[in-house]
Design a binder for this molecule. Structure first.
Ligand code: PEP
Length: 250
């Protein structure tokens, strides 16, 4: 049985003082053994949020990192910096980074390998555009994204990675994929992992759905057989996040 995970992606929201306030408010409501909870926060919020959550089971994630060890890369953050600051997970390949910062599949693969080398756990994002869905090439496209992201990564390092299926047309739009649409793609993603790494790895790796998850739709989406929880953007900044984490307690 895979343990469910709910990860919040705060994106470019929350100053350090706002971040501490939000973490303090959410902490008692989302600190549970039943679900792995992660707050993926802006870089400047990592240290104060780690500090605020230190006596809880909630993990902190970064929203991005660079694939080099150190040096002349102004503005970037290395995996060693993230680890030292108390980060456990790192989002890699979010569609906003692919779209606005031109991250290619090759760059994403380099980040995956570097994160794993440092024992940071990647939350790898994949997802199709509306145009691709309408053309009927969704599964083919996602399989390519997965194969490319995991290139050169050995099976023992894949088990603890997390994949987030996030259809671009559903992110921040309020237009959520149906549970069946999400399941279809998550099943195909697990199939890709099975093809590359075999059944044991495929059964263990967690696959999340992301795209307008909220308190009203979480429980239906998370009940699908290949969906192990959610990556939550907008709703992770609200008290509603606690209802998503506690989706099975209604
Ligand atoms: C995201 O940014 O990862 C996301 C899923 O956003 P939202 O929940 O706002 O659609």
């Amino acid at each position: 049985m895979r343990k469910k995970m709910v990860a919040g992606n705060w994106k470019m929201n929350m100053t350090p003082s706002q971040a501490v306030k939000l973490a303090k408010e959410l902490k008692p409501k989302v600190d549970t053994n039943e679900v792995d909870v992660v707050f993926c926060v802006p870089a400047i919020d990592i240290v104060p949020v780690v500090n605020e959550l230190k006596d809880s089971g909630i993990k902190v994630g970064a929203e991005n990192m660079f694939y080099e060890e150190k040096g002349a890369y102004t503005g970037e953050l290395s995996p060693e910096m993230l680890i030292d600051a108390g980060v456990t997970y790192v989002i890699i390949g979010h569609s906003e980074r692919r779209q606005y910062f031109h991250e290619t599949d090759e760059v994403i693969n380099k980040k995956m390998r570097k994160a794993i080398e440092h024992k940071l756990l990647p939350i790898l994002c994949c997802g199709e555009s509306l145009e691709q869905r309408e053309k009927g090439v969704t599964i083919e496209f996602i399989k390519k994204q997965i194969a490319s992201a995991f290139k050169y990564i050995p099976p023992e390092n894949v088990i603890n990675c997390v994949i987030a299926y996030e259809p671009i047309w559903a992110i921040g739009t309020g237009r959520v994929a149906t549970a069946e649409q999400a399941q279809e793609v998550c099943e195909a993603i697990r199939g890709s992992i099975r093809d590359i790494y075999g059944a044991v790895v495929a059964e263990r790796i967690r696959i999340l759905y992301g795209g307008s998850v909220n308190a009203a739709n979480a429980s239906q989406i998370f009940s699908m057989p290949d969906i192990d929880g959610g990556l939550v953007g907008g709703a992770s900044l609200k008290p509603e996040f606690a209802d998503i984490v506690n989706y099975n307690k209604k």
